[in-house]
Design a protein around this ligand. Sequence first.
Ligand SMILES: Nc1nc2c(c(=O)[nH]1)N[C@H]1C(S)=C(S)[C@@H](COP(=O)(O)O)O[C@H]1N2
Ligand SMILES: [Mo]
Length: 362
Amino acid sequence: MGARSRLRGALDRLEPPPRAVDWSLFAFVAAEVLTGLVSFTVGVPDGWPLFWLHRALGVGIVALLAWKLARVRRRLTDPSLWQRSTALSVLTLVAALGALATGVVWVFGVDVRLSYWTLLSVHVGFGLALLPLVAAHAATRFRLPRRVDFERRRTAVRYTVLLAAGAATYRLQQGVNDLLDTAGADRRFTGSQPREGDGNGAFPVTSWVADDPDPIDRDGYRLRVEGLVSDPVDLTAADLAADHDREALLDCTSGWYTVQEWGGIRVGDLLDAAGELDGDAAYVRFTSVTGYRWSLPIEEAEDALLATHVGGERLSHGHGAPARLVAPDRRGFQWVKWVTRMEVRSEYDLGQWVVTLVSGFD
Ligand SMILES: Nc1nc2c(c(=O)[nH]1)N[C@H]1C(S)=C(S)[C@@H](COP(=O)(O)O)O[C@H]1N2
Ligand SMILES: [Mo]
């Protein structure tokens, strides 16, 4: 038996029964959306397995999709077999190929923009569109999975091999990056690409669509420190005299990161200006002039920086002047810009997850 037919044989043995392929595709896509979204909240290197799982599942989808297309090809290419649901099937396929292609191109470090979206943001868009499409597609051809489709031992072996092969493929790709010294080699464990240089001009201004306030007048600016403190206080821009410098890495979920020297004041020192903390103090919530907000557990918050400077320059308006949060080990979206309110709270703020998405819309 030649190497080629041996590989063929191995692939055939790996191929799940048709119904299992369909349900696996659904499950893999759901898992991709889940791991993708959760990965947005991970900023510490210990979180790397989540990103690897996302990549391995992605390669797994390539294999599952290949098996599926080999089976249903004629339903797409032969017009006499077209049905009402074929349009939905094609749309689902386009979204799947879009998500896969953008993901694959991204790992090579390609850095193109589609209007102002990075390729990674387009990837996220395809992925989010794919989930409801796959669900609707599955509903048009609904067949319950059967026991025989997922016979226990074979199934376990199959999916283990599939994921292991996925991870190995990604590892191999990284080897290619290193060998050819592609831009992909400089990516962080999160997949983000580097932005080099110091100061305001070295990295992009990234805000949600509608979060676009007018520049804040320094003289009129006040930072309100309130909540579970004994003496709430309004601080002026002049009160925020930077006395700390800290190197910290900003990693945006749209796929870039930058290391900068941030100048500012420790949040703990600002809280001291508002007197004593209440015994129930558990979180500090940072709110932007736009309403955008995020909170950090009190200990982490105290050690975070309210930055007024970056790379030795005063923060530009776009980067959050007069003051923005610098939260090391957190993803960029948590680094609230144009902070006008710091509030000590006893409870976690679930609403922030929605508010960060819609703030700025009137
Ligand atoms: N008020 C406010 N703060 C914000 C944002 C925003 O849209 N509004 N965008 C966040 C996101 S997604 C990132 S990545 C960082 C980007 O900071 P930069 O614009 O200085 O690069 O700011 C965060 N802080
Ligand atoms: Mo971001």
